[in-house]
Design a protein around this ligand. Structure first.
Ligand code: PMM
Length: 278
């Protein structure tokens, strides 16, 4: 297991994701996009068929399966770990059969009672993310007494529940859920105090790519947020994040290479994680 930052390239097979919705709805286009992200330096590809942007409606299982399975099958063996971004156990199971070895569940195993068992039985990696509320309403006036302490307590509890369900702790990644029920100030506080989440001992996944708080700071529209995305990812690396979920892989890789050359760090945890199991 090499230390150093890992980039998770985003492959959204959706008509309505906030920044790239509709662009890769065709499976062939999504596979080509994934290949390009690997060539740019993505170690992981996160394939999702349901948008979780603020206000998004849920999609049915059949639609989600139809979107993600052909894309995962087309990306199998391309040299990156494949991640399935879903909160449905049936979609996760199909994704694992199609080659994924990481389940990225934005509900942290709360969305579907069968999810924890699927992950435990398959022995694969699993990302547990914090979200306040649900995507449809999460940005309606989110409030915390102390956002970092509350996110930390949540992640600790979800990690305990996952272990209780039979998921090995070494397989777990944690994510503060940037933009999921958080104001601009909440997101910035999470970056400033990310080291408090790193103290949980598991790799931290950081997903701020092109998100609206970056637009609030810079005034930039979606595709003008690349530099802001690189900047916040470099800051998160410096504070201890390990996995960087982004749309813009090449510029993020350049930024993280500089950050990692300056502050090298071992991979968190004692046991190797995130090695493809098949
Ligand atoms: N953000 C989105 C979707 N999935 N998963 C994790 N683990 N962390 C995130 O921050 C995250 C996610 C929403 O962004 P998108 O619409 O660009 O995929």
């Amino acid at each position: 297991m090499t230390a150093g930052p890992r980039i998770m390239g985003i492959v959204n097979v959706t008509p309505d994701s906030f920044s790239d919705g509709g662009r890769y709805l065709d499976p062939g286009a999504a596979v080509q996009h994934g290949l390009a992200l690997v060539a740019q330096g993505a170690a992981i590809l996160d394939v999702g068929g349901e948008s979780t942007r603020p206000g998004a409606e849920t999609v049915g299982e059949a639609v989600e399966l139809e979107r993600v399975v052909p894309v995962l099958e087309g990306l199998r063996g391309v040299g990156a770990q494949l991640s399935i971004d879903t909160s449905k156990a049936s979609v996760a199971a199909a994704g694992l059969r199609a080659g994924a070895t990481l389940v990225n569940d934005v509900t942290a195993l709360r969305g579907d009672p069968a999810m924890a068992g699927i992950v435990a039985d398959a022995g694969v990696d699993c990302c547990l993310m914090h979200m306040l509320g649900e995507p449809r309403t999460m940005q309606d006036d989110p409030r915390y007494d102390d956002v970092v302490s509350e996110v930390k307590a949540f992640l600790q509890a979800r990690m305990a529940a996952a272990v209780e369900a039979g998921i090995a702790e070494e397989r777990i990644l944690l994510d503060p859920g940037i933009g999921f029920g958080k104001t601009l100030e909440h997101n910035l506080e999470l970056v400033r105090r990310l080291d408090e989440l790193v103290a949980l001992g598991r790799p931290i996944v950081f997903g701020a790519s092109r998100k609206s708080f970056l637009g609030q700071i810079t005034g930039a529209a979606l595709d003008g947020r690349v530099v802001a995305t690189v900047a916040v990812n470099v800051l998160a690396y410096e504070r201890g994040a390990s996995v960087f979920r982004v749309h813009d892989v090449h510029p993020t890789r350049d930024g993280l290479e500089v950050a990692a050359a300056t502050f090298s760090r071992p991979w968190p945890g004692t046991t190797p994680t995130m090695t493809p199991t098949r």
